[in-house]
Design a protein around this ligand. Structure first.
Ligand SMILES: NC(=O)c1ccc[n+]([C@@H]2O[C@H](COP(=O)([O-])OP(=O)(O)OC[C@H]3O[C@@H](n4cnc5c(N)ncnc54)[C@H](O)[C@@H]3O)[C@@H](O)[C@H]2O)c1
Length: 279
């Protein structure tokens, strides 16, 4: 067991807390994953950008390298154990270690509960829950060797609140939250911290793909801060939680939502109604 009183500290006056750490960023080819990979690399960390879309992952890794950062890309489907094994092996072969796992990947399945097929339900859980478990368990032996090990999973406000098109997605994010807390409690003895970041409505390809621009603009008006979040704003929180600066924070979930979740006058994604259109 790594005892807290022996936990190494980093002098944040002289070093970025992320410097010399290696992170595997899954879903790193777009949106908040991309921004997290960039934030990690900008602070001196080495990043393996992993994504279902290998071209996107490569574009992000190349962009980081062109700014003097350290990154490689791997194609990975988080629902495939063999892909995960290969990505973790490649990470360790290239950088000799793995300190941080950031998982921003997700499958969004807009549907009502009464309509969602069991196949869609299971695919959603396979990516959002089984994938997170497979990833974390595969990384665990390497994380246990790190003095600064941490995992950040990206959830959603939909994991805590129902919404019009929550279908399988909301319940899967609720499961991801509890799974993350269970990991945190079991793996605290190994010195591995695990936290969750729940974004509000963030301006990313995912939200732009799921919701029309006019609807997003209307939604922004219901957010106390009056605007959508930027991927970089969420990435800064993810990078903080992943870093040794957050050395005593584990088993927590943090909303990064411009106040959305706390306003009784916000109806982030609408009250579920049987007649609601799905898109
Ligand atoms: N955008 C929002 O408003 C919002 C709100 C709440 C929660 N979230 C959550 O934030 C996370 C990031 O979302 P984003 O908006 O940045 O999305 P995004 O679509 O911009 O990026 C997600 C990335 O994950 C990758 N991905 C999808 N399935 C994968 C798989 N099976 N294996 C590996 N990679 C896979 C995609 O290719 C994509 O590059 C997701 O977990 C999402 O559920 C987003």
């Amino acid at each position: 067991m790594k005892h807290a009183d022996h936990a190494p500290r980093i002098d944040s006056m002289t070093h970025s807390p992320i410097e010399e750490l290696t992170a595997l960023v899954v879903g790193g080819g777009s949106g908040m994953g991309e921004a997290s990979a960039q934030a990690f690399a900008a602070n001196g960390g080495s990043v393996v950008v992993a994504d279902l879309d290998g071209d996107r992952a490569q574009r992000v890794a190349t962009g980081i390298a062109s700014h003097g950062g350290e990154a490689i890309a791997v194609r990975l489907d988080v629902s495939n154990q063999e892909h995960i094994d290969a990505a973790v092996k490649r990470t360790v072969a290239r950088y000799g270690k793995l300190d941080v796992l950031i998982n921003t990947s997700a499958l969004v399945t807009p549907a009502r509960l009464e309509d969602v097929s069991l196949d869609t339900w299971q695919r959603c859980f396979r990516v959002n829950v089984d994938g997170a478990l497979m990833l974390a368990r595969t990384c665990l032996p390497h994380l246990r060797r790190s003095a600064f090990a941490s995992i950040v999973n990206v959830g959603s406000l939909a994991g805590e609140h129902g919404y019009a098109k929550g279908g399988a997605y909301g319940p899967s994010k609720a499961a991801l939250l509890t799974l993350s807390r269970q990991m945190a409690l079991e793996w605290a003895a190994y010195g591995v911290r695990v936290n969750v970041v729940n974004p509000g409505t963030i301006d990313t390809p995912m939200s732009r793909g799921a919701v029309r621009r006019e609807v997003l603009s209307e939604r922004a008006k219901t957010i106390p801060m009056g605007r959508l979040g930027e991927p970089g704003e969420v990435a800064d929180l993810i990078a903080f939680l992943a870093s040794p600066a957050a050395s005593y924070i584990t088993a927590q979930a943090f909303n990064c939502d411009g106040g959305l979740s706390q306003s009784m006058f916000s109806q982030p994604m609408g009250v579920p109604q049987p007649q609601d259109p799905i898109s």
